[in-house]
Write a protein that binds this ligand. Structure first.
Ligand SMILES: Nc1ncnc2c1ncn2[C@@H]1O[C@H](COP(=O)(O)OP(=O)(O)OP(=O)(O)O)[C@@H](O)[C@H]1O
Ligand SMILES: [Mg+2]
Length: 502
């Protein structure tokens, strides 16, 4: 593509789509222009992913048309758009587990390429290098060993090597670290300069304003409007998305903490080294750090997923050693892990079942009383967290990504633990629900729960916690009070090469 063409490369016009009683899209319009990034925004369940699946041919619209270069097109089945140069980077890429990154990247063209392994590896290495990903992924790695970020990169490379005319990303950065995000943004800018038409879904405002030329907003399956990014600010965008003003970013008020609920003394294992920390009743303690710093591993070590090789873990003053997460639940510890789908949800069960799951012990053993209590609980959290679902009896697997996360979180928030561990609690969650989650965490702490929260979003971790431990390379590199903490000071600790103490 030497010369940059302009104009509308792809359009979706009057798109309507229902799933049974759920009207996922109602007469939506989206235009993707050559050499531009069009952001697609809206609350969880607004219909963004559904629209992208219609663009690929995975779903057929009930009404409306797709246009490629101004002419109507029909993409008749899953992935049918690919042949026409229209690619969508899925939220959850499918990776073949037993073969290499190289084979995974060229999976669509293995037949044509003749499948010579050394040649594939070479081609993959060259492509990864060309697009800047060589630093974070190697072509000979095996599919099953890939991190979520690497899986996402494979999915992106698959699209790039096909030289698409139109490319859409569905929350691509939700599984990427800062490093990988920077590479992805460079990729997107390069595609834009080449004249590719780009669609971009994200809940992160900062990204939108860095990348987007135009912003299309959906609400409840309907089109709110499209604005030039230069003509709108954060607040205006939030108002378009949620249809109301949101209160300013959450800032937790100072508290007087109670007894020490969790204490780690020199805890070490394969993943973390010499970790000492405390969390008191009524306190919200943040853990910041870059991807790979060992934050999630630390949480899993606390709940007994990974054994300790040295050090001591105390809960309310008593030395404990959990052999499994079930053990830690029994000790009053709630844990909402990062990979919610894989680790935490029963996708085939209802919203109510999933929310009640962690409470079985607490709810009455009388079936009748229990189902009543479950229903009340589900109703409360569906309302509070604005879970977009037709009812509590909906199968969780059919909810939008962000709404699934709210269900997992509701479950742990409702268990009434004395210690709550939250790993990236607002990842993939829209702005309205985020502020509700902050409020719930704050209320839990006020009621005496000790909360330990991992978050990659610095404004978030500063806003919701009382103190922050910063991790790098499996160590704690520093501890800072949240009041007055700057993003820069935390980043400096997060990027430290070696710990300041041993
Ligand atoms: N296969 C399905 N069966 C039933 N309902 C579905 C299905 N797919 C999507 N929906 C519903 O359609 C609506 C739109 O979902 P969609 O996944 O498009 O939202 P989204 O805007 O991508 O949200 P998020 O930001 O949470 O990813 C939701 O109410 C969802 O529950
Ligand atoms: Mg989605």
């Amino acid at each position: 593509m030497s010369e940059t063409r302009t104009g509308i490369a792809f359009a979706a016009r009057g798109i309507t789509k229902s799933f049974g009683p759920v009207r996922a899209l109602r007469g939506v319009e989206l235009e993707l222009r050559r050499g531009e990034v069009t952001a697609l925004m809206g609350e969880n369940g607004a219909g963004k992913s559904t629209l992208l699946k219609i663009i690929t041919g995975d779903y057929q619209p009930d009404d409306g048309v797709l246009e490629l270069d101004g002419s109507p097109v029909v993409f008749a089945g899953p992935g049918a758009s690919r042949a026409s140069g229209v690619r969508v980077i899925a939220q959850e890429p499918e990776i073949v587990p037993h073969v290499s990154v190289a084979e995974n990247i060229f999976i669509g063209s293995l037949g044509r390429l003749g499948y010579k392994r050394s040649e594939l590896l070479e081609r993959a290495a060259a492509a990864l290098d060309d697009w800047g990903f060589a630093r974070v992924i190697r072509p000979e790695l095996i599919g099953s060993t890939l991190s979520p970020a690497q899986r996402q990169i494979v999915e992106i490379m698959r699209a790039l090597i096909s030289e698409p005319e139109v490319i859409c990303f569905d929350e691509p950065t939700s599984s990427l670290g800062d490093d990988e995000v920077a590479i992805l943004f460079a990729v997107i800018r390069r595609l834009r300069d080449q004249g590719v038409a780009i669609g971009y879904v994200s809940h992160r405002m900062a990204e939108i304003f860095q990348l987007a030329d135009r912003i299309t907003v959906l609400r409840d399956g309907g089109l709110v409007g499209t604005e030039a990014a230069a003509d709108i600010d954060d607040e205006g965008l939030v108002r378009m998305m949620v249809g109301r003003d949101l209160t300013q970013f959450f800032q937790r008020e100072a508290v007087t903490p109670g007894e020490v609920v969790l204490e780690l003394i020199g805890v070490s294992n394969e993943f973390v080294d010499d970790i000492s920390l405390t969390v008191r009743a009524g306190e919200v303690v943040g853990i910041a750090g870059l991807v790979g710093a060992g934050r999630s591993e630390l949480m899993k070590t606390i709940v007994g997923d990974f054994p300790l090789t040295a050090g001591e873990l105390r809960v309310s003053g008593t030395a404990r050693r959990f052999r499994s997460p079930a053990d830690s639940v029994a000790a009053g510890i709630g844990f909402a892990p990062e990979e919610r789908k894989a680790e935490a949800l029963l996708l085939q069960r209802t919203v109510r079942d999933n929310m009640a799951l962690a409470m079985l012990r607490k709810l009455s053993r009388w079936i009748f009383v229990r189902s009543h209590a479950e229903r009340a609980l589900a109703a409360e959290y569906i309302t509070r967290m604005r879970v977009r679902t037709p009812s509590a009896e909906q199968i969780v697997g059919t909810l939008s990504g962000g709404n699934q996360q709210k269900v997992v979180l509701a479950r742990w928030l409702a268990t009434g633990p004395k210690l709550l561990l939250l790993d990236e609690p607002t990842r993939g969650v829209d702005v309205g629900a985020k502020s509700e989650i902050y409020t719930i965490i704050d209320e839990l702490a006020r009621s005496g729960v000790a909360v330990l929260v991992v978050s990659s979003e610095l404004p978030e971790v500063i806003g919701i916690s009382d103190r922050i431990y910063v991790m790098a390379h499996g160590h704690i590199t520093g501890e800072v009070p949240s009041r007055g903490a700057s993003e820069e000071s935390i980043l400096a600790l997060a990027m430290e090469e070696e710990p300041t103490f041993s």
